[in-house]
Design a protein around this ligand. Structure first.
Ligand code: SER
Length: 320
């Protein structure tokens, strides 16, 4: 029997991951860990939720004990742009929160999923076809917490045998919960603005290529990796995964196929641009494909069709 805890369950990825885990493993077996934001709708109605501030070891341990948790999907984090504005918060949640999760996992024998990021790379990394194992000297606090997290997860596996696994997510595009202050958020906002106002002001410049992925693939990645045969995993943590790479112009051109009058202008945010320039243009994800069968379904074309369909529907109902 699987008993799962998702930290950060009201966030962009956590909210959809929790619902999919409940679909697959049963609502009562998946606890939504929340902190400051209360869950609403389906998330609140389909299974239990508990206040779990990951920086509070006692709170985490008592939830794991109470629900006999055996797997923790640790999604609570601070994204890159917010992290630059508040580096102390990014470190506390990104590193101290993960440390607590790993300590509790060690004590109660839980498997742990940890999402690292393209942010774990930096300007000295080869930015084209970024290898799985390469130079990692990130220059954002977000990236520093992610590299530290990757190493902590490796350490807990090697030293204590904790079943840690994880991926390096690219920018995640979704239509349910908005992302909370990342560098790649523009690729979500552009769809909403295209539907609502047929125009968008982009905070990243032309030619800024970044890896991206549609949410259903991001969710499948997490669950498939956690369900994978461990004997096949050579890397375990921090697998590069990508589904597509584009710059703002390519994305705008794709949207124009459906909304011909869509207009994009630029007002580059220097802080976000600096971060984006230090991240890969596209990663090599061969290790994930070989070791646990990573194989994304959505590309830019199919994702755009689905995003616009869902957002238009919400708009026509007055929900956005
Ligand atoms: N989407 C994240 C961010 O922009 C990157 O992992 O912060």
């Amino acid at each position: 029997m699987k008993n799962i805890l998702v930290t950060g369950s009201v966030g962009q990825i956590g909210s959809e991951l929790t619902l999919e885990l409940r679909n697959r493993f049963g609502g009562s077996n998946v606890v939504a860990g929340i902190n400051r934001t209360q869950p609403t709708g389906e998330l609140a109605e389909t299974g239990p939720y508990m206040k779990v501030d990951t920086t509070n070891l006692e709170e985490l341990a008592s939830t794991v004990k109470k629900y006999n948790i055996d797997t923790i999907y640790h999604l609570a984090a601070v994204l890159s742009a917010v992290g630059e504005k508040n580096p102390g918060l990014a470190w506390n949640i990104g590193v101290n929160g993960l440390y607590n999760v790993l300590e509790v996992a060690r004590e109660f024998n839980c498997a742990v999923f940890f999402p690292s990021s393209i942010g774990a790379f930096g300007p000295t990394t080869p930015l084209d076809n970024t290898p799985q194992d390469t130079i990692q000297r990130p220059t954002s606090m977000y990236g520093i917490t992610k590299v530290t997290g990757e190493m902590l997860c490796d350490y807990y596996y090697l030293r204590f045998g904790v079943d840690t696994r994880g991926v390096r997510y690219p920018g995640i595009i979704s239509n349910a919960t908005l992302p909370g202050g990342g560098t790649t958020d523009y690729a979500v906002e552009i769809y909403y603005e295209a539907v609502k106002h047929q125009k968008f002001t982009c905070p990243l410049g032309k030619g800024t290529f970044l890896d991206m992925m549609y949410m259903p693939d991001a969710i499948d990645a997490a669950i498939n990796l956690m369900e994978a045969d461990p004997s096949k995993l050579k890397h375990r943590n921090a697998f590069n995964i990508s589904a597509m790479s584009f710059d703002p112009e390519i994305l705008a051109t794709e949207i124009r196929k459906h909304i011909p009058g869509f207009v994009m202008s630029y007002d580059v945010d220097p802080m976000k641009q600096k971060i984006a320039d230090s991240w890969p243009n596209y990663m090599n994800d061969a290790a994930a494909r070989e070791e646990w069968g990573w194989n994304p379904v959505y590309n830019l074309e199919s994702m755009t069709v689905d995003m616009l369909k869902v957002i238009r529907d919400k708009h026509s109902k007055g929900l956005i």
